[in-house]
Ligand binder design. Sequence first.
Ligand SMILES: NS(=O)(=O)c1ccc(S(=O)(=O)NCc2cccs2)s1
Ligand SMILES: [Zn+2]
Length: 276
Amino acid sequence: VPVGYRMPDLRPAHWKEVFPVANGDRQSPIDIKTEETKYDPSLRPLNPSYDPASAKIILNNGHSTSVEFDDTVNKSGSFQPNRSNLLSEFSCSDAEPTTAFVLTGGPLSGTYRLRQIHFHWGSNDEAGSEHTVDGMKYAAELHVVHWNAEKYSSFVEAASQSDGLAVMAVFLKIGECNPQLSKITDRLDTIRIKGKKALFTNFDPRCLLPKSLDYWTYFGSLTVPPLLESVIWIVLREPISVCSEQLSTAEDEVACCLLRNFRPPQPLRGREVRRN
Ligand SMILES: NS(=O)(=O)c1ccc(S(=O)(=O)NCc2cccs2)s1
Ligand SMILES: [Zn+2]
């Protein structure tokens, strides 16, 4: 390390020194005050449909564990379904096998393509989620990251546009063990150190979603640097369950870099939180 080089302080309170947008007026996460959310009849049902074969790798990127998907299919949908590549027996829902991996409906206009999923957790079962509900923290939070592939030609371009990204957030609460989640936590030992990645496919994120897809939605930002204010947040109201062992596996396996990777709630700055 060069003499005199001062490692930047990576704690959330110092991010504004490197990313001034941290003090912006549409930062995430937020505390969702349920009494102040507004019912909006124009909000449509969410329609996630994912192709399990588009899952590619599991990655420890230093601040979270993520599953990366192949989001390069061109607009014409060159992927042709057939028995062998649909692996529908891997699907957890009786939904029709799909050839896309997109999120449509909800508050979105257009088609948002799946890019990656990742988790935020804490060092114990009491804290870990980024969004809170009436001040209550969940044990962890899953983020399903999509980008507006209809309007923009790449994820990085979309990430700098106000309607570029759509992230579906799912709360994890301590309860029954979650066999779908085990497909990920059982692989964490293969990516123990930062930057490590491993093959990971035949995974349908729909299997991690709760029964109800009712949601709150608001305009916000990435919750990690570069904190870009380009995210339409869709927070599912029903949590999924995870057992302590699964969460402690995650914390133990990759505790080195991920012990506490959740940003505290940010000022609402007059924004509205709508519900369907
Ligand atoms: N917690 S969250 O859902 O807000 C995310 C954190 C990281 C995300 S990313 O992997 O999509 N990279 C985001 C980008 C990096 C550079 C340009 S955009 S999304
Ligand atoms: Zn996240």
